[in-house]
Design a protein around this ligand. Structure first.
Ligand code: GDP
Ligand code: MG
Length: 163
């Protein structure tokens, strides 16, 4: 079976924008149902001839802060179970947040490789924003703009190097 990359991170950092940019054929969509948050969207993607499955996580963006944090944690747990490589997305404009730190703590408990994407670095003059994210303790920190597509090639190179 194909390697699996799961995209995790708090709401609004750009996970779905990255997913949509990288997504090939959508292989499954778990629809919203009353009382059930849409959980994960799967796609079959490809980079440099290497195929893989991509999972977008997310869903709950509004509600009590505790509720959202618990939801993020559930998604991270699922990603740790299902993924071969984890793409941890953050927002370079916000800097490191406490929710980022909680996600990082969970991800450090797994042996699975983690690549940190510092998103929304739309202009090179914001590139320094990524250095703060090294304190989350991961080796790979890559500034990207999902909006413009900059940095996503380096990010993909890094992800597929773990397949
Ligand atoms: P998610 O909640 O993590 O899935 O985030 P979304 O992909 O839904 O994006 C949240 C918002 O951030 C949307 O308004 C996107 O258009 C915006 N966004 C995503 N990527 C970028 C980026 O690279 N630069 C900027 N400026 N905005 C972005
Ligand atoms: Mg989303």
């Amino acid at each position: 079976s194909l390697p699996v990359v799961a995209i995790v991170g708090r709401p609004n950092v750009g996970k779905s924008t990255i997913f949509n940019r990288l997504a090939g054929e959508r292989i499954a969509i778990v629809e919203d149902q009353p009382g059930i948050t849409r959980d994960r969207i799967y796609s079959r993607s490809e980079w440099n001839g290497q195929e893989f499955h991509l999972i977008d996580t997310g869903g709950l963006e509004f509600g009590e802060k505790d509720e959202i944090l618990q939801h993020i944690k559930n998604q991270v747990e699922l990603a740790i179970e299902e993924a071969d490589v984890i793409l941890f997305v953050t927002n370079g404009r916000d800097g490191v947040t406490s929710a980022d730190e909680e996600v990082a703590q969970m991800l450090h408990r797994t042996q699975k490789p983690v690549v940190v994407a510092v998103n929304k670095v739309d202009d090179r003059k914001y590139e320094d924003a990524m250095y703060d994210f090294y304190r989350l303790g991961f080796e790979h920190v890559i500034a990207i703009s999902a909006l413009h597509g900059t940095g996503t090639g380096d990010m993909l190179d890094c992800l597929v190097s773990y397949f």
